[in-house]
Design a protein around this ligand. Structure first.
Ligand code: PGA
Length: 256
């Protein structure tokens, strides 16, 4: 299976800065068949960047979108409107769930809407620190996983990507809260078993499972070699070209 390296730029860079940064990345990133490199800029930058991007090297993702196709939804942008502009969309990121109250229904409708519009959903799942402490990780991960996929048809199920992002490990700078490769391997195995029990072994094998949470060039190698992990979702480090490119190079090395 390919390795997926996704850079989530979150709410950073103006449109001009995004374009300059993309240009820099396109110069530094080499084209690899075994690594799919995806960047998720701000919504406002997606359309101009879609005209600039070299799709052989990089693909675009949206960070969220509205599951309705069109209509009276002031301020929203739909998957239908993003069709042809992006190839991927991050769905259910913990910041959407926590800060913007994305409901389970929003998330499962978004996964279905993405697929309906030929956009690959990257469904984010992960437990809070309290849930982690109280041993509820499996329950939370199973609920978010099966809930998010519940409107997906049998023939589309192998077109999704799952990203496991424990909320307590996102954006930590101290290192005190980094998830260990062993913990991630255990949850990646649990995700794969849950997918296999629900959709069958063959389908479960085809679904990429990514890890995200304070990934940087120093820990990316360890995370990329975790059994059952097929790539990384990178926040902070994706805003620094050299760091992001280093992570892509590491993914290539691990694939070789
Ligand atoms: P981080 O963000 O790499 O800065 O922890 C990851 C994410 O939120 O997707």
């Amino acid at each position: 299976m390919k390795s997926y390296i996704v850079g989530n730029w979150k709410m950073n860079f103006s449109v001009g800065e995004s374009s300059v940064y993309l240009h820099k990345l396109m110069q530094k990133i080499r084209q690899y068949r075994s690594v799919e490199v995806i960047v998720a800029p701000s919504l406002i930058a997606l359309q101009p960047l879609s005209l600039q991007i070299d799709r052989k090297k990089l693909r675009l993702a949206a960070q969220t979108a509205n599951p309705h196709d069109f209509g009276a939804y002031t301020g929203e942008v739909s998957f239908t409107q993003l069709r042809g502009i992006v190839d991927y969309c991050i769905i259910g990121h913990s910041e959407r769930r926590q800060l913007f109250h994305a409901s389970d229904k929003d998330i499962r409708s978004s996964v279905a809407a993405a697929l309906r519009n030929q956009i690959t959903p990257i469904l984010c799942i992960g437990e809070t620190e309290t849930e982690h402490t109280f041993g509820e990780t499996h329950d939370v991960v199973r609920d978010q996983l099966l809930g998010g996929l519940s409107e997906v048809s049998a023939e589309d199920i192998s077109k999704v990507i799952i990203a496991y992002e424990p909320i307590w490990a996102i954006s930590t700078t101290t290192g005190a809260h980094l998830a260990s490769p062993e913990e991630i391997a255990e949850i990646a195995g649990f995700i794969r078993r849950t997918l296999a029990d629900t959709y069958g072994e063959d389908v479960a094998k085809e679904i990429p499972v990514l890890y995200g949470g304070s990934v940087n060039p120093s820990n990316a190698g360890a995370y990329l070699t975790v059994p059952g992990i097929n790539g990384l979702l990178v926040g902070g480090a994706s805003l620094i070209a050299d760091q992001f490119v280093d992570i892509v190079e590491m993914a290539k090395k691990v694939q070789d």
